[in-house]
Design a protein around this ligand. Structure first.
Ligand SMILES: Nc1ncnc2c1ncn2[C@@H]1O[C@H](COP(=O)(O)OP(=O)(O)OP(=O)(O)O)[C@@H](O)[C@H]1O
Ligand SMILES: [Mg+2]
Length: 140
């Protein structure tokens, strides 16, 4: 699923993420791009719900990687903000996660450089301070 969407609430962000999740396959990489508070983690919560994850999805900023077991697959949520480059990203087990067929959601994907596959989805979140309306651009 690709396109440009407007969402006017957290619930609409969750609903869009659930719709997007329908087309996902094992090994898909989803890059989330946008400023602090733009809605990246909120979107990931919707994805997780769609995949049958029962635990809470929070920002992984302080632990870099969180694994969530869904109904029939693994959702891996990464926040690479604190990493410095491809070597660091490889050290946290990037290739192993891909080999296991995890669905990888990546905040701050620029840290992973060329490790991001060409087939990755890029989802760009834009908002203006204090507004609930957000634009979400899904590109592939
Ligand atoms: N339409 C909307 N979609 C998503 N979040 C919204 C929306 N409107 C308001 N919000 C609020 O904006 C915040 C989005 O925070 P979120 O943690 O998802 O952002 P983030 O991009 O992951 O930030 P960070 O870079 O700090 O990890 C939440 O507090 C949420 O309640
Ligand atoms: Mg976040």
């Amino acid at each position: 699923m690709t396109g440009s969407f407007e969402v006017n609430s957290v619930e609409e962000t969750w609903a869009l993420a659930r719709k997007f999740a329908e087309g996902l396959k094992p090994g898909d990489v989803i890059c989330l791009e946008g400023d602090l508070g733009a809605g990246k983690t909120t979107f990931t919560q919707g994805l997780a719900a769609a995949l049958g994850v029962s635990g809470r999805v929070t920002s992984p900023t302080f632990c870099i990687v969180q694994e969530h077991l869904g109904a029939d697959r693994l959702l891996v949520h990464m926040d690479l903000y604190r990493l410095h480059g491809e070597d660091d990203v490889e050290a946290i087990g990037w290739e192993d996660y891909l080999a296991r067929g995890a669905i990888m959601v990546v905040e701050w994907p620029e840290r992973a450089g060329s490790l991001i596959p060409k087939s990755a989805y890029h989802i760009i979140f834009r908002y203006r301070d204090g507004e609930e309306s957000r634009s979400i651009l899904i590109d592939n």
